[in-house]
Design a protein. Structure first.
Ligand SMILES: [Zn+2]
Length: 286
């Protein structure tokens, strides 16, 4: 064989190797430097959660709460070791609002709108939204956003920090409830944070026994159900680009670890919520 032929063969072999690596390796997400300590995440998140429980109507239905807690505990147990924060304290509450929304606060408190649970078709779809929110928590995106706001000297007031952590219209409600009524400039997650939460969320789902492709399907449902101003969830969690395809590509590199077995409980809660009086719409900020 000529040396040119050997070089060609080795280039082909390298290309095949690279291709097979890129087809089988899940995306590695790296933690970012954060000027807040994990204990500050917990403290700020706890304060914000207290405000949220005062400002927003909680559903307080034991069976619904049991379902989201069961899914949540499974997902938390599936967080990769290098992202675990021993100080974080997770809680899962349902807000009696019809809009398709969910948000999570630094250090662990998570809130899911009843509208989100009713729009989901399967337990995997609920788990998809929750795994995405949980990823924002373990990647500590809330305090990273707050630190960005502080850099612009807008984050000094507690209400604003809380508003900036929650973001969007819900954040405005909280900021107003805190008597500061401040703007919500830096409240949306960046597209890069969204990409990370989508990919890590897909990985956590697979480890917990949920089908990560259902996260992509749920996001598609949210997009299709958007009203005139669009669902709040999408305004706080902007599409990082080709969201549906990117999540499905990541899902194709993951193998689902057994079955979470929360489907029957989801079906029962879904039927139960449909029997209740309709949830009110979200109270809008100015
Ligand atoms: Zn997000």
């Amino acid at each position: 064989m000529t040396s040119q032929g050997r070089i060609h063969r080795s280039l082909v072999a390298t290309a095949v190797l690279l291709l097979s690596v890129s087809l089988t390796a899940q995306t590695r997400i790296e933690p970012r430097h954060n000027s807040f300590s994990p204990a500050e995440d917990v403290r700020l998140g706890r304060q914000a959660a207290t405000e949220v429980r005062q400002q927003l109507p909680m559903l307080n239905d034991r069976e619904t709460k049991n379902l989201v807690e069961r899914i949540g505990v499974r997902l938390v147990a599936a967080v990769p070791a290098r992202f675990r924060q021993p100080a974080f304290r997770y809680s899962f509450d349902v807000v009696n609002q019809r809009d398709i929304n969910a948000f999570a606060l630094p250090g662990g408190p998570m809130f899911l709108n009843r509208g989100m649970l009713q729009a989901a078709r399967t337990d995997d779809q609920v788990a998809g939204v929750m795994a995405h929110e949980l990823s924002h928590v373990v990647l500590r995106h809330g305090t990273l956003q707050a630190a960005k706001a502080q850099k612009f000297q807008l984050g000094a007031l507690a209400g604003q920090v809380l508003g900036s952590i929650v973001g969007g219209r819900t954040g405005q409600v909280i900021a107003q409830g805190s008597q500061f009524g401040l703007g919500t400039y830096f409240l949306k997650y960046s597209r890069e944070y969204e990409r990370e939460a989508d990919l890590l969320g897909a990985q956590i789902m697979a480890r917990a026994g949920y089908d990560p492709r259902q996260m992509a399907n749920m996001f598609r449902t949210i997009q299709q159900r958007g009203g005139a101003s669009g669902p709040e969830w999408l305004s706080d969690h902007p599409d990082p680009g080709n969201r549906y395809a990117a999540i499905n590509r990541e899902a194709s590199m993951l193998s689902v670890n057994g079955s979470a077995n929360t489907g029957a409980q989801f079906d029962a809660v879904h039927a139960r919520l449909a029997q209740m009086p309709p949830a009110p719409a979200t109270r809008r900020g100015n």
